[in-house]
Design a protein. Structure first.
Length: 212
């Protein structure tokens, strides 16, 4: 059911690799089952459904976009990272940063603070151990997500929902669809690890809204 969070312990392949010496690749570029909302070619093969309507780039009455985000932190789970711009591959799948310790901002979408859903993504782990968004599914509703920006300001977003979706049925409209206010989405991989595909089968999505 969309929006439902499944609480279970994820099987982390890097633990198995450490025990048995297996060379497992936990997360590879392009494994997020996400859709570029501006893609003209339609949804990624990993995404069910139709592309959402384009998100709103600027707040009503605004002549310029918001300052670019520089970093994100979630104090309640000890998450902190600078942000780099990320995009999508030829299939429309969001490509996370090459650095497993680095979070990324989908800079073809809205910036945090603009009306619409700003999207941040990062790896959950690697064969070496936990990655930048390892504790994403542990974030509680009501937790604060802080985003610092190029103008020196800090925005506070409050978590409203934490959801887990199969990559084969990703909630594209809920994640990328237009909103009436400034929203934030933090995304990583989750669920069981499919060794044949060397990828997790689900995505974890944290939804948050801007605190006035």
């Amino acid at each position: 059911m969309p929006g439902r969070r499944h609480r279970h312990r994820r099987r982390r392949p890097w633990l198995t690799a450490l025990r048995w010496g297996l060379a497992l690749v936990a997360v590879t570029a392009g494994t997020f089952a996400l859709l570029d909302p501006f893609a003209a070619s339609g949804p990624s093969p990993a995404v069910a459904g139709s592309p959402p309507a384009p998100v709103i780039r600027e707040a009503p009455g605004s002549d310029t976009a918001q300052p670019a985000p520089l970093s994100v932190s979630v104090p309640s789970v000890g998450l902190s990272s600078s942000l780099v711009g990320i995009g999508v591959d030829a299939t429309g799948a969001l490509v996370p940063p090459a650095d497993y310790a680095q979070a990324g901002w989908f800079d073809a979408g809205v910036a945090p603070g603009e009306v619409g859903p700003a999207v941040l993504a990062g790896h959950v782990d690697s064969r070496a151990g936990p990655a930048v968004f390892y504790r994403l599914e542990d974030i509680a509703v009501g937790a604060d997500v802080l985003v610092t920006r190029a103008d020196g300001s800090t925005l506070t977003f409050r978590v409203t929902q934490v959801a887990e979706y199969p990559k084969s049925a990703f909630a594209t409209a809920e994640v990328y669809g237009p909103t009436v206010d400034a929203q934030l989405r933090l995304i990583t991989c989750g669920g069981e690890f499919d060794r044949s595909r060397r990828s997790y089968v689900d995505n974890i999505v944290v939804y948050a809204g801007l605190v006035p």
